[in-house]
Structure formats: structure tokens, C-alpha cells
Design a protein around this ligand. Structure first.
Ligand code: SIN
Length: 282
């Protein structure tokens, strides 16, 4: 297996590996798992990956989960179809910096995304290293956010485009989650900045220390949240991948965010994603 770093802080391309083999080979799988922890996103090209092998490979990390707003392959539960074509409206979901499904109490630990079809140019995906984004914060910001928790909502994001009754039904099924603003990666121990576009507000900011006379005392809570969410957009923390059919990205959803660049309408882009159930962040 050859591993070549793609940037200084995130992402590596793996060559001379078949994921179909890795689905059934303990040693190979463990090498890939170690590489994922080291590089946060792994990229492979020219994989001849059937849907069954895609699911089998991803399931080595853990159980898979479906998505309430995106369809799954009926024959392969857990394989979410992110399909766009000439008729898709240009208002995509994935073109904002986000960590997948943080509106769940236990968001996915990672994902395996397979490109089935893509435009000849455009439709890249970007990832960003949120452990680096945390490490580079000024000390006074680290001290302010250490005790903070944030609310994460599917209602305010995916739900916002639904009629009101359906939006409320979505929220009843998937109530908002609350997570620490700084999580600790359960395997590497790294501290990770853990707010993205699903985060609506801090839940414990309004204390006597932070608020004077009903006003935020220093950097206000909404400004602070926007500042933290904006850290994902710093190019030095990022890697950008140009898809070709048969290429695959595997990412650690606990330490990264991603952004699917929506510059390709109206053309066909078909991606299949296996999301692996994760732990409750601490
Ligand atoms: C996602 O946001 O999980 C999908 C990324 C993509 O379609 O490139």
C-alpha cells in the first residue's frame, strides 16, 4: 500500500489497494484504519467497487445508518444515494461546510463515498481539518469555548425548505442534539472544534459572566459561533478532491468537515455514501 500526502495538514491518496479486498482482509483493513486516523481523509482512484462490497467495506468500521432526507439503495440499506441530474434544482444540500448528521446524539464516525458518475469538470469535494482549526485558535478563545455546548438542528437546516407541518414532524422525529463545542477524538485524543452549519446557538452561554444587562459581554454568542464556524473555510486546513468515476473518499467525520462544490448544474453527478454510526461526542 502506498500513501502519499496531498497537503500539509489533511488528506492522503492511497494506491495499490483494492477496497474489495480490504473488505475481506483484516490486515489491509487495519492499515487503512490507521492511515485514516493519521490523515483524516483517504482517497483512492479506479476502484471496481460493487454496492455489496462498498457496504461490506464500510461495515468493517461499524453499523451503517440511513438519512431521513436522502434516499438509500433499496437493496443495500445504509447506502445513501446522493444523485443529481439535469432536472435537479440548483439548491443543493451539501454545499456548506458541515460535519455529517451532528443533529444526531451520536453523529457518524465516518463515511465512505463512492463516485459512480460525475461531470468531466466540477463537482469536487473539499475537506477541512477541524483539529488543526482548534489548535490554531487564540488561547483566550480556547478558554471561552472550553465549557460551551451548542444545539445542532436538522429542523433548521434540511427542514427549513419543508412546509411547516412536515418541518415540525421532522423535528419530532429528530429532536435537536446538544454537543460540546470542543470534542475530544475518542481514538486519537485530539481536541476538535465541533460546530458547523447544523449548529444554531450555544445553549449555555447566557451566564452572569458572559452577559451584562441582557447584552453579550465580550464577543457576542452569535458572533462567536459565526467566527468558529468560519474557521472551516481557512484554505491551509483544507484538501480538495477532483472526482473521477470509481474514485472513493473515506473520511473521519469526528475530526473533519466537508463541502461539496455545487458548480456543475445542470449535469449528472451520482455519489453513493455509506455513513458509519458513531459515538456520542464528549
Ligand atoms: C456529503 O456531504 O456527505 C456528500 C459529499 C459529496 O457529495 O461530495
Amino acid at each position: 500500500m502506498k500513501i502519499e500526502k496531498l497537503t500539509c495538514h489533511i488528506g492522503a491518496e492511497i494506491t495499490s489497494v483494492s477496497l474489495t479486498e480490504a473488505a475481506h482482509d483484516d490486515g489491509l483493513f487495519e492499515e487503512l484504519r490507521a492511515a485514516l486516523l493519521a490523515h483524516k481523509v483517504l482517497f483512492l482512484r479506479d476502484q471496481d467497487l460493487s454496492r455489496a462490497d462498498h457496504v461490506a467495506f464500510a461495515r468493517r468500521f461499524g453499523a451503517l445508518e440511513d438519512h431521513p432526507m436522502l434516499g438509500s439503495d433499496p437493496d443495500h440499506p445504509g447506502l445513501v444515494q446522493i444523485y443529481k441530474d439535469e432536472t435537479s434544482p440548483p439548491d443543493y444540500f451539501e454545499n456548506s461546510w458541515h460535519c455529517d448528521a451532528t443533529w444526531r446524539d451520536a453523529p457518524p464516525m465516518g463515511c465512505v463515498l463512492h463516485c459512480v458518475a460525475c461531470p468531466p469538470v466540477g463537482g469536487d469535494t473539499m475537506w477541512t481539518n477541524m483539529a488543526k482549526a482548534y489548535a490554531d485558535l487564540p488561547d483566550h478563545v480556547k478558554a471561552t469555548i472550553a465549557p460551551l455546548k451548542a444545539r445542532h438542528s436538522i429542523e433548521a437546516t434540511f427542514g427549513a425548505r419543508l412546509p411547516e407541518d412536515q418541518r415540525h414532524a421532522l423535528k419530532a422525529r429528530y429532536p435537536d442534539a446538544e454537543h460540546p463545542v470542543v470534542r475530544t477524538h475518542p481514538e486519537t485524543g485530539e481536541k476538535v472544534l465541533f460546530v458547523s452549519s447544523f449548529a444554531t446557538h450555544f445553549t449555555n452561554f447566557h451566564t452572569a459572566q458572559n452577559v451584562r444587562f441582557g447584552q453579550d459581554f465580550a464577543l457576542g454568542s452569535a458572533q462567536l459561533l459565526a467566527y468558529l464556524i468560519g474557521r472551516a473555510a481557512i484554505p491551509e486546513y483544507q484538501v480538495r478532491w477532483r472526482w473521477t468515476p470509481g474514485s472513493v473518499a473515506i473520511w473521519d467525520n469526528r475530526s473533519t468537515q466537508h463541502y461539496a462544490v455545487a458548480d456543475y448544474a445542470p449535469t449528472v453527478r451520482r455519489m453513493e455514501r455509506a455513513s458509519i454510526v458513531g459515538d456520542k461526542p464528549f
